[in-house]
Design a protein around this ligand. Structure first.
Ligand SMILES: *Cc1c(COP(=O)(O)O)cnc(C)c1O
Length: 388
């Protein structure tokens, strides 16, 4: 039986050679290729600064720290995301809260955000940071979120783990027009990969400097000063903050840099496949992904919503039967606050009704740049069989 995963990395001979070349070079950990990878992503996105790290989770963590998130602060995000979008606030000792999703885009609802800001302002419980997740690769309503940030005084992180290569109002996601920081993930299921890896993009050079420090133990190099004070001690670095070892290796950066040369190609393939799904699935008892005219999705995911009220089978049965046929559909995501760890913090079912309704109907179909037309037809035929 043919097995079709929901996502798969696209690694070619050029990628393999790039990694082998690093293995024979002087640097294995953070070295010249990390900087080249940063420059490549930075120029693609038209951002002022880029800091590569060992995962998007690390990127989120040190972005929050650089913004001063600490105990007593509140960070808001979407419940329909990977847990890392929310855990980063907890790492800093802050608390988290969730804003319900828009029923069409599955992104954070700007209307729900505004309502929550109004009521939270009255209780003096405004967020320090809002993490806007570009779910499935489709950009959030950033213009509205940005204008709310001006009015209510919070900072914005774009969790663009799904969205490198996406565009919002004709600008690359990562350009930072409507946020303080954007982060990307290079996990193998994402659009491009470095094995594990993440990147922070910002136009704020102060935030960039803080993130660079936090990535590597809070240590700064003071080689310049050594020359200024030749009579002093001969160390050339000093720790000025409490940081981590979140460095990316040159091995990872070589893979990421090589993948960057095919980013536009990957996005084009994903968009073509998504458009083809739209056509092939037009008469199915499902909702295909709706696209807001302000954005161009990177299509990390192709999520369908089952019209469960019209179907004889439930979501779980459909999921199981597709997987039994070798179509490894997935469910992105369980609302974060329904995970046992968050339930223990006091979150309850019913908190974000749109997110929970979505969760009871969603399925992610296989979508990756190496998916061929034949396999895509097999996915569609299997779904048809299961829904009958
Ligand atoms: C994958 C993902 C992350 C975490 O990425 P890692 O690189 O695996 O740490 C964070 N947020 C979202 C929305 C993701 O999909």
């Amino acid at each position: 039986m043919k097995i079709i995963p929901y996502a798969r990395q696209d690694v070619n001979d050029q990628d393999v050679s790039a990694v082998i070349e690093v293995l024979r070079s002087d640097y294995l950990t953070q070295g010249p290729l990390v900087e080249r990878f940063e420059n490549s992503v930075k120029s693609f996105c038209h951002a002022k600064a880029a800091i590569a790290v060992n995962s998007a989770t690390s990127a989120l963590h040190i972005s929050c720290l650089a913004m001063g998130v600490k105990s007593g602060d509140i960070v808001w995000t979407s419940p329909i995301s990977f847990v890392a979008s929310s855990n980063c606030a907890l790492y800093c000792g802050a608390s988290v809260d969730f804003i319900d999703i828009d029923p069409l885009t599955y992104n954070i609802s700007a209307m729900a955000l505004e309502e929550k800001l109004i009521s939270s302002a009255l209780q003096n419980k405004l967020p320090k940071v809002v993490i806007a997740v570009h779910f499935s690769g489709q950009p959030c309503d950033m213009e509205t979120i940005f204008s709310l940030s001006q009015k209510y005084g919070f900072k914005i992180i774009e969790d663009a783990s799904h969205a490198i290569g996406a565009q919002y109002k004709n600008l690359a996601v990562g350009s930072g027009q409507y946020s303080d920081i954007t982060i990307f993930s290079f996990h193998p299921v994402k659009i491009i990969t470095s094995g594990e890896g993440g990147m922070i993009l910002t136009n704020n050079l102060e935030l960039s400097k803080k993130c660079q420090l936090l990535r590597s133990h809070g240590i700064e190099s003071i080689s310049g000063e050594l020359n200024l004070h030749p009579s002093k001690e001969i160390w050339n670095y000093q720790q000025i903050d409490l940081g981590f070892n979140y460095r990316m290796t040159d091995i990872q950066a070589a893979l990421g840099l090589s993948q960057m040369t095919r980013l536009s190609d990957f996005i084009a393939k994903r968009r073509t496949l998504a458009a083809r799904y739209d056509i092939l699935l037009a008469n199915f008892p499902i909702t295909t992904p709706w696209q807001h005219p302000d954005g161009l999705s990177a299509y990390h995911l192709y999520v369908i919503r089952l019209h469960t009220d019209k179907l004889k089978k439930g979501q779980h049965q459909i999921y199981d039967e597709l997987r039994d046929l070798g179509i490894l559909v997935n469910l992105h995501y369980i609302p974060i606050y329904l995970h046992p760890y968050y339930v223990k913090m006091g979150f309850k079912r019913g908190y974000c009704p749109e997110a929970e309704q979505y969760f009871s109907q969603a399925l992610s179909l296989p979508l990756f740049s190496g998916l061929n037309a034949e396999d895509q037809e097999l996915v569609v035929a299997s779904l048809k069989q299961v829904l009958q």
